[in-house]
Design a protein around this ligand. Structure first.
Ligand SMILES: [Mg+2]
Length: 405
């Protein structure tokens, strides 16, 4: 077994850009065109470098009195968990697969799932294998991806309204995407309920028209239909011709509401899958245990970076025998998050499609991953198969970094 020691860790806030202005959404105001990747690089005495993203820690800033969201808190955590540790002490390995987390790190990786991505990356690099193989086995060569940037683009350009969302979708189709997720839920916020319903329907129908009958179209309500199952029923009925593939978080997780929703879909003849669970933590909340156990959802979605590889490895083993898809959300995770979702997706039979924010390249070197016909190829390099472009980093971001040794 390899036994390299982690001797240096750097953290830097790397900007990452959308190719457009991303609009409002039920849960928040304009997303805008830029986000941050809190890039963590850990180096060993043997010259390996592993990567992860601390967005789930740095994105929750409450005050400088709190550890979460502050640089001092992050550095203390990274120092405690990683610095001076050897790359083989985090994960339990059997037959070349990571089968669990060693006791000393269970708590840390359950609370901070993103840290397990670094553990997998370093171990994969040390063993000379891809994280796909560490996670299980390479089940797929290509991973479908969906454009997830169809927010309330009608508000970005009110003159065009729903046609603006359709234009964005047509552009994405031109760029090779064949699957699209539309943010809806205007019922609950930003519009009056009836007008919000009408706009949601109009947008869905316009996008379907723009992307053609063979494309996959899904919607994400971000709970915008809470307390309005009557309007949800109208939405389902009026969008039937759009043949929606899945409906995500139309209402908050609740066994009664999901039962009602299933009945509505069955009665109206919709085949849409029901998916939810983005913000669920560890262990899965009782309501999600009940939704899975009662067959009321078809996909469960804790975030790939928030939950990390170690939790997703466990979740997959719970979900797949129950017939529920292992479908991590990937949002606000920059280009590293896309790579993490791609790697996980290649090792999970039930994974459907990568949530793709379509970020422009920023700090990573080109590698063997390509996008074509709506799908990415799976990386073959060791670990995540992802490397920082040292010239770009040096020129643009080295001045932003904080280092611990
Ligand atoms: Mg969502």
């Amino acid at each position: 077994m390899p036994s390299q020691t982690i001797t240096e860790i750097t953290v830097a806030p790397i900007p990452v850009h959308y190719p457009k202005q991303v609009g409002k959404v039920a849960f928040g105001d304009y997303i805008g065109s830029e986000r941050t990747e809190w890039l963590v690089r850990a180096r060993t005495d043997g010259g390996l470098e592993g990567l992860t993203l601390a967005n789930r820690f740095m994105g929750r800033f409450t005050s400088f009195d709190s550890a979460t969201g502050t640089m001092s808190g992050l550095l203390a955590l990274l120092r405690e968990v990683f610095l001076g540790s050897t790359v083989d002490e985090f994960l339990e390995v059997s037959d070349g697969r990571a089968v669990g987390v060693h006791d000393a790190y269970v708590q840390a990786f359950q609370t901070h799932g993103w840290m397990s991505i670094l553990a997998y990356d370093l171990l994969g690099r040390a063993m000379g294998v891809s994280c796909v193989d560490l996670l299980g086995e390479r089940l797929k060569d290509r991973i479908p991806a969906y454009d997830t940037t169809l927010f309330y683009q009608d508000f970005v350009n009110p003159e065009k309204g729903a046609a603006q969302v359709a234009d964005d979708a047509a552009g994405a189709r031109n760029d090779g995407y064949t699957a699209f997720k539309i943010k809806i839920g205007r019922v609950g916020r930003w519009m009056t309920p009836q007008a919000g319903l009408e706009r949601d329907v109009e947008v869905v129908m316009a996008v379907r028209e723009a992307v053609g009958p063979d494309a996959t179209v899904m919607v994400d309500g971000n709970f915008g239909y809470d307390h309005r199952l009557d309007l949800l029923e109208d939405f389902v009925r009026e969008t039937l011709p759009a043949k929606l593939f899945w409906m995500e978080e139309m209402v908050s997780a609740d066994v009664g509401d999901y039962r009602t929703m299933r009945r509505i879909l069955d009665r109206l003849g919709s085949t849409a899958l029901l998916v939810c669970g983005e913000e669920d933590g560890h262990p899965p909340g009782q309501v999600f245990v009940d939704l899975v156990g009662n067959g009321l959802i078809d996909g469960y979605q804790p975030d790939i970076v928030a939950a990390g590889f170690s939790r997703w490895h466990e979740l997959k083993q719970w979900l797949e025998p129950a017939g529920v898809r292992a479908q991590p959300r990937n949002f606000g995770n920059g280009n590293l998050g896309r790579r993490a979702a791609l790697v996980f997706g290649a090792s999970a039979q039930s994974f459907v499609s990568l949530e793709d924010e379509r970020f422009l390249p920023n700090v990573y070197a080109d590698d063997d991953v390509t996008f074509r016909d709506g799908a990415y190829s799976v990386p073959t390099g060791d670990g995540l198969g992802l490397a920082v472009d040292s010239d770009v980093y040096q020129q643009k971001y080295a001045g932003l970094e904080v280092r611990i040794t």
